[in-house]
Ligand binder design. Structure first.
Ligand code: ADP
Ligand code: ADP
Length: 222
């Protein structure tokens, strides 16, 4: 049950003398239920790797497989479908829609996927319950703390029950205590659903508590 399989991923930005090789042959496999830390200094290519893994960007060479399906050569439409159904994203800043409540922010991606409203709302509420935000359902993002906003962002990323969660410095903007709370929420959601998570982080304490750490060094997994 391999959820994500990357092999020989290469990516260079720019051309000629200005070319910046960022990924030089990345191999990585994530299995269902695993929470894996992606650790590397800023500029090492973590975001680039997550964008390629999440089908938001294409590698110059190498193969991406999600849920056993090879994505090289797939049409843009097919890639978008797989991304919407199988991949959830969380970023350093929550990107929640300010005019909607926490519950609505989590229900919206489900409505976009054709889930009926009552069912979408019920799932949104149960996700909020599982991260300790039962009483924040009707709050707008601006009325939530930073840690609460990120927990809602994780719930939204899980809304359509993806196989793969990709998180790019999800606690980068939070103090250590709040980071712990957000990480605990991620663990609970991941254990409940059996998804695989790849979490890029500078936070070595947090990385040490994940199932496995992989280090990106000189464009390869060390
Ligand atoms: P990290 O997430 O580890 O900080 P990134 O993947 O954001 O690393 O960036 C890796 C390198 O690639 C950096 O030198 C960055 O400036 C460069 N880079 C990232 N995206 C682009 C882009 N779209 N165009 C040109 N250079 C980029
Ligand atoms: P982080 O360090 O938190 O990963 P970055 O600031 O490196 O974030 O990157 C944020 C976004 O900007 C990413 O989507 C990355 O691909 C893009 N990016 C980074 N560097 C460049 C660049 N030099 N030119 C264009 N886009 C870039």
């Amino acid at each position: 049950d391999t959820v994500l399989h990357l092999s020989g991923i290469r990516k260079t930005y720019g051309k000629g003398a200005g070319a910046v090789p960022v990924l030089r042959g990345v191999d990585l496999e994530l299995r269902a239920g695993e929470i894996v830390a992606l650790v590397a200094p800023s500029g090492a290519g973590k975001s680039t790797l997550l964008q390629i893994a999440g089908l938001l960007d294409t590698p110059d060479a190498g193969a991406v497989e999600i849920g056993g399906t090879p994505m090289q050569g797939a049409s843009d439409r097919r890639r978008t479908t797989v991304r919407r159904q199988d991949v959830g994203f969380v970023y350093q800043f929550h990107h929640l829609l300010p005019e909607f409540t926490a519950l609505e922010n989590i229900a919206l991606p489900q409505l976009a996927n054709g889930t009926p409203r009552p069912q979408a709302d019920a799932r949104a509420q149960s996700l909020l319950d599982s991260v300790g935000l039962t009483d924040r359902a009707t709050h707008r993002p601006s009325a939530l703390s930073g840690g609460e906003q990120q927990r809602v962002a994780f719930c939204r990323a899980m809304a359509n029950a993806p196989k793969l969660l990709l998180a790019d410095e999800p606690t980068g903007n939070l103090d250590p205590g709040t980071s712990d709370q957000v990480f605990a929420a991620l663990v609970r959601l991941a254990r409940d659903t059996g998804l695989a998570a790849l979490v890029a982080t500078h936070n070595l304490d947090l990385a040490a508590r994940m199932d496995r750490q992989v280090r990106l060094d000189q464009g390869r997994i060390a």
